[in-house]
Design a binder for this molecule. Sequence first.
Ligand SMILES: NC(=O)c1ccc[n+]([C@@H]2O[C@H](COP(=O)([O-])OP(=O)(O)OC[C@H]3O[C@@H](n4cnc5c(N)ncnc54)[C@H](OP(=O)(O)O)[C@@H]3O)[C@@H](O)[C@H]2O)c1
Length: 241
Amino acid sequence: MATTDAPQPEATAQPESAASASSVRPLTVGILGAGRVGTAVGRQAVRAGHTVKIATGRPAEDIKLLTEVIVPGAEAVNKEDLQGADLIITAVPLHKYRSIDTSVLQGHIVVDTMNYWAPVDGLMEEFEGDRSTSEVIAEFFGDVKLVKTLNHIGYGDLEVDSHPPGDPNRRALAVASDHDDAKALVMQFIDSLGYDPVDAGPLSAGRAFENGTEIFNGRHTAEQMRQLLQEHPVKETASSR
Ligand SMILES: NC(=O)c1ccc[n+]([C@@H]2O[C@H](COP(=O)([O-])OP(=O)(O)OC[C@H]3O[C@@H](n4cnc5c(N)ncnc54)[C@H](OP(=O)(O)O)[C@@H]3O)[C@@H](O)[C@H]2O)c1
């Protein structure tokens, strides 16, 4: 991702313990998508002490070796086996969202990491309007508590930008949701990965950190993130009422 002129925390390689310095209780984390983002989040989550299960649309056997090699400590599972996880992270290319088996997600806290970028995803009318992409996704997923975060950090940065709590260079990640309980749990999870979670407000506020925004394009401390979120006007929409 590109950098901005804003002062940014320094990106430095961190010791293995950076993602485990938090006191967050160990969670069972399901990840749907075993590509760049799914595996990077999985590695950080394993480091933080969480139980990690990874699935795609294919049988578990198809990603078993990849999981063993790239996300040691995580378990490759069938998508149905993600059910019961404390949270399920969706890391699938947005243009494939309609192929996601939403029955697996029902009743769960679901983290949406997906971004819309027309040159890659193709023109998708539903994402061309004023709404956050995650508001569209929340409607499609149905009975889930959707939380938007982790979309505005490059998969390759997740490991190296991780810092223990209190480190002045700790990077912030914004978290938006219409469900306060789900947002609180996901904020704890973000903290455990080595980042300062910043409450961005309702899901509609997720527009402030989508593709093309200053937040999306840079690294920010919590203070900088709060300032940027304040500067971004958030219109009330159906999903934020
Ligand atoms: N790249 C980044 O740095 C970055 C950062 C933040 C957010 N994001 C967003 O994260 C999302 C994933 O990006 P990525 O770069 O990780 O993609 P990717 O490397 O192409 O991986 C996508 C994964 O999703 C799986 N998948 C596809 N359709 C599926 C379905 N219907 N059900 C379950 N799994 C399915 C794929 O499995 P198969 O191989 O079986 O198809 C693959 O494992 C995108 O929306 C992107 O915008 C990317």
